[in-house]
Design a protein around this ligand. Sequence first.
Ligand SMILES: Cc1cc2nc3c(=O)[nH]c(=O)nc-3n(C[C@H](O)[C@H](O)[C@H](O)COP(=O)(O)O)c2cc1C
Length: 373
Amino acid sequence: MTVFITGLDQDFYLIFLLLLVLILSSIVFRYKFLRSFLFLFNPETVHHLSFSFIKIIMFFPIKNIIRYLFTLNHKSLEKEILGLNFSNPIGLAAGFDKDAKLFDELQCFGFGFIEIGTVTPEPQDGNPKPRLFRLKKDEAILNRMGFNNDGLELVVSRLRRKSSNLIIGGNIGKNKTTPNSDAINDYCICFEKLFDYVDYFVVNVSSPNTPNLRELQKAEPLLKILNKLQQLNSKKIKRKPILVKISPDISFEQLDSLIDTVNKSKIDGIIATNTTISRDNLNYEKNKIDNLGNGGISGKPLTQKSNEIISYIRKNTRKGFVIIGVGGILNGDDALEKIRAGADLLQIYTGFIYKGPSLIKNISKKIVDYENN
Ligand SMILES: Cc1cc2nc3c(=O)[nH]c(=O)nc-3n(C[C@H](O)[C@H](O)[C@H](O)COP(=O)(O)O)c2cc1C
């Protein structure tokens, strides 16, 4: 521990101390206080810093205190879906713990499940920085990370150390240098290597930040990938659930084709949705947004679009088809809207950044009230 701290440079150490003070005060006061400090810094730096900070403070025996503060346990939150027993339906969306570095600690903030990834077979750096921006007026984030990740081998080595019964999803993708014609191999490698360490799989064909990835949502390539994964799955002693994660930037006609493909492949469900490339309805001038460049937007501007897609999928799929609803959940009402639209489980990312860890407990309370009225 001491070695770790003395290894940090001075700025890091100073920010760390400030963070400690702020975390403690924000437990006493409110997350908004901590957020105004964190939002002074570059978003990606804050992300890494928060990871180190959480890792270090959880080194001390305070996991149970954090769990007590942020978790709501209630019978009506428990769900059996995909053959898995969820303690609550609120998960951490892919992209936050891409490299499976912090899932054990993050679980203490009340999540019912955590999705790691997107993982690709080989490590890759992702797009050049800066690639992550806050759109504060919209409670949104613009990112073009581009599947920066440590690669399968390291991710698997971390998952091996998992000590709890936390439900983990494995979100898998292809390397940037792999042409779409060979993408199937990347998905198969990820599936095989992660199989023993995750509880369900997500085939990510919807990130806007890997060139042409979204082409894989088309019927022919998607069916090939899903059929192949199902074939590998059927050879296992016990198969694992497979879902496909889709983009919000598709027409209902394209969605029909996607649903048809998913039905043909007999996979278990859909995660709706990934980030949007649309720049509509933002509270910033167009040139300011344009200057930020390409990328996918998450958070509030995505809420309605994602709900429409969930609702459409629910109406057009068989009973028992699983939908994980994600996109713009920033409070309990947003979560209920997703459940009413047809989501079985929920995931959050941007809401966690803007509202802090208490968001999960607030959503949980809303769901308990909803279920019992
Ligand atoms: C910085 C960032 C990185 C992300 N990385 C991934 C990723 O690697 N794989 C993925 O499937 N989704 C990724 N996402 C998308 C989220 O999982 C989620 O689908 C999207 O942000 C919408 O949810 P939200 O509005 O709650 O953030 C990322 C989102 C953000 C903001």
